[in-house]
Design a protein around this ligand. Structure first.
Ligand code: FNR
Length: 386
């Protein structure tokens, strides 16, 4: 892949992805619910956290490596589960999983992925994590958990903030679907983005392969999306954590927590970790940013379980701020998706390199040599208005 080193920031990867990926799929990633105010707050609030600079501290021999739920991580960053990833770049889930594996950070495959659990397992050699949406059809969920076990997934991420789908205006306007519908607008996009089109022609994976096979969608893919959107479970309860844990038999991390009481409930029901997340601003518009609520959740359950954070991470500085405010690690969504759209597997690697370099330099300038020593003492102030 031609000279990805020219991209120095995640924003630059984003601009390149915008150039290469058809609008409906670029917009699918670059969008939040309704007015997108929570989506914007996720990044803006990181700018309100100020770091304490220290000097004349020996900065040699730095360490960023840590563990996340029993997995070695070259830095406190994992790839978040994202749906339709195989539409940013053909076989995108496999490319992202391979980049994560080589870099040494955990990868999480979404229920709503284009490549299936088995597709990713066949094309990687280390265990990855699987993200589960509880759907009404519990038979389907049982089989999905069994498939994740058979593929040796080492943890499940149980997403609890999607009992109903938040509305994203861009997706509705673009008529987003996988596979895409051949409207005149989309055909035009193919002509101006022929590389993407050629890649897609070269793969058999164009729709949700975790689900095809369960729903008899042969020849009628509209059935598949109708089934999927009718399946998010509005009656979800905390009891499901125990049920999932028992069937899976490994760690279950609960994702989508923004409230200290919910964090306590998740832990009381057996969560082996929680992810403070507003789904990247894609669900409740008007909810606070994740970084804003992190301290109160760490205070509530940080002594009992690992607290992770996602939503809004665009740099290594952001990772450091989250860790300083008590996160054991972070997850990135769009940051790796833009890398994927910009340059496939190498683009995901580039996104990880950018974040690692920023994290390393920031940690050093804060006077720390080991990521495990980073904490509240590295924060100068947090300017969140009351
Ligand atoms: C997501 N997210 C998500 N989460 C999940 O549990 N299952 C899923 O299928 C998806 N799908 C998805 C698609 C896209 C395009 C995005 C951007 C996000 C949410 C994701 O796991 C994570 O919470 C956010 O992406 C974090 O915010 P940032 O890093 O994108 O700002």
């Amino acid at each position: 892949m031609a000279n990805l080193e020219r991209f120095l920031t995640i924003d630059e990867l984003m601009a390149e992805a915008r150039r290469k990926v058809p609008k409906q799929f670029f917009d699918y990633a670059d969008s939040g619910a309704w007015t997108e105010s929570t989506y914007r707050a996720n990044t803006e609030d990181f700018r309100k956290v100020f770091l304490r600079q220290r000097v004349a501290v020996n900065m040699e021999g730095r360490n960023l490596a840590t563990t996340m739920t029993g997995e070695q991580a070259a830095m406190p960053v994992a790839l978040a589960p994202t749906g339709f990833t195989g539409m940013q770049s053909a076989d995108g889930e496999i490319k992202a999983a391979r980049a994560a594996e080589k870099f040494g950070v955990p990868f999480t495959l979404s229920t709503m992925s284009i490549c299936s659990i088995e597709d990713v397992a066949e094309n990687t050699s280390k265990p990855f994590w699987f993200q589960l949406y509880m759907m009404r059809d519990r038979g389907f969920i049982e089989r999905l958990i069994d498939r994740a076990k058979a593929a040796k997934c080492s943890a499940l991420v149980l997403t609890m903030d999607l009992q109903i789908l938040g509305q994203r205006h861009k997706d509705l306007r673009n008529g987003m679907s996988a596979p895409p519908k051949f409207t005149p607008k989309f055909v035009f996009e193919m002509m101006i983005k022929p590389r993407w089109a050629m890649q897609m022609l070269g793969t058999r994976r164009h729709t949700f392969r975790n689900i095809v096979g369960h729903v008899d969608a042969a020849g009628d893919l509209s059935k598949l999306s109708a089934w999927t959107s009718s399946q998010f479970d509005p009656a979800l309860s905390w009891k499901e954590i125990g049920w999932v844990k028992e069937r899976f038999g490994g760690p279950v991390i609960v994702k989508g927590i923004l409230d200290a009481d919910d964090a306590r409930a998740a832990v009381a029901h057996g969560a082996d970790g929680i992810i403070v997340s507003n789904h990247g601003g894609r669900q409740l518009d008007g909810a606070p940013s994740s970084i804003r609520v992190l301290p109160e959740i760490v205070e509530a359950v940080g002594h009992l379980t690992d607290v992770y954070l996602d939503s809004g991470i665009r740099s290594g500085q952001d990772v450091l701020k989250a860790v300083a405010l008590g996160a054991k690690g972070t997850f990135i969504g769009r940051a790796f998706l833009w890398g994927l759209g910009a340059g496939g597997e190498a683009g995901v690697t580039r996104a990880l390199e950018i974040i690692r370099r920023e994290l390393d330099i920031t940690m050093a300038l804060c006077g720390e040599r080991d990521i495990h020593d980073v904490g509240l003492h590295n924060i100068y102030s947090v300017d969140f208005p009351p």
